[in-house]
Design a protein around this ligand. Structure first.
Ligand code: GRF
Length: 193
C-alpha cells in the first residue's frame, strides 16, 4: 500500500487493557521514518490500564470507554475513531471481543497480537496450557481480527523455545520480548512489502 518514502502515514489507534508494552513498542516504531503508521489514539476499556500513561509521555490522545454495555461502547468507539480519522486498529492486550457489526466498519483494518502459535492456544492462559501440554515451542502471532476469537488470517508468527523449567511467567516474559519486535514487522509486511 504505497512506497515507504514521501507517503502519508496511516492514522492508527491502539486498543489496550493493561500494561501496554506492545503499545510502547508500536509508538517507538511509528516514529521511525520507514513506519507506515502514525499513532493518533490510545483507547482503553480500563481506566486504570497502566499503558494509558504513554498518552502523556508521548503526547498521544487517549480515550477510556467502558465496555460493560458492548453495543453502546462500540457505538462510542466508532464515533471516536471517525472523529480522529482512524484507518487502522492495532489491538495490543485488549481484552474485549469486538462484534461482527463493529468489525464490518473496519474490514481488514483490525489486527491483533496473541502470545501463542495460532491456531494453537487461542484465548486466555496460553502459557499455562502450553507448559502443561509439554510443548517444545510456543511463540506469538499477529493476525487480522474477525469476530471469532484469535481466528483471523495470520500475518506473521515467531517461534519461541519452551525451556524445561519454564513457568507461565518466565515463558510469557520471553514471548513478550519477541512480540515487541514482531508487531512492527507484521505492520511493515502488510503495508510496505
Ligand atoms: C501480550 O502478551 C499480548 O500478546 C496479549 O496480551 C499481552 C499484552 O501485553 N494479547 P502488553 O499490555 O502489551 O504489555
Amino acid at each position: 500500500m504505497g512506497p515507504s518514502t514521501g507517503f502519508k502515514k496511516i492514522n492508527t489507534a491502539v486498543f489496550i487493557s493493561g500494561t501496554g508494552s506492545n503499545l510502547k513498542s508500536l509508538i517507538n516504531f511509528s516514529k521511525n521514518k520507514k513506519s507506515p503508521i502514525n499513532i493518533k489514539l490510545i483507547l482503553s476499556n480500563r481506566q486504570s490500564a497502566k499503558g494509558l500513561r504513554y498518552s502523556k509521555i508521548f503526547k498521544i490522545k487517549k480515550k477510556f470507554i467502558n465496555f460493560k454495555k458492548k453495543t453502546i461502547a462500540e457505538k462510542k468507539t466508532l464515533s471516536v475513531l471517525k472523529k480522529n480519522h482512524i484507518n487502522l486498529i492495532c489491538l495490543a492486550g485488549f481484552m474485549k471481543i469486538l462484534s461482527k457489526n463493529f468489525l464490518k466498519n473496519f474490514d481488514g483494518k483490525v489486527i491483533n497480537i496473541h502470545p501463542s502459535l495460532l491456531p494453537k492456544y487461542k484465548g486466555l492462559d496460553t502459557h499455562k496450557r502450553v507448559i502443561k501440554n509439554n510443548e517444545k515451542f510456543s511463540g506469538c502471532t499477529v493476525h487480522f481480527v474477525n469476530s471469532r476469537l484469535d481466528s483471523g488470517k495470520i500475518i506473521l508468527q515467531e517461534k519461541v523455545k519452551v525451556k524445561k523449567n519454564d513457568t507461565p511467567k518466565s515463558l510469557a516474559k520471553r514471548i513478550l520480548f519477541k512480540e515487541h519486535e514482531l508487531y512492527p514487522r507484521a505492520i511493515l509486511k502488510i503495508f510496505n512489502h
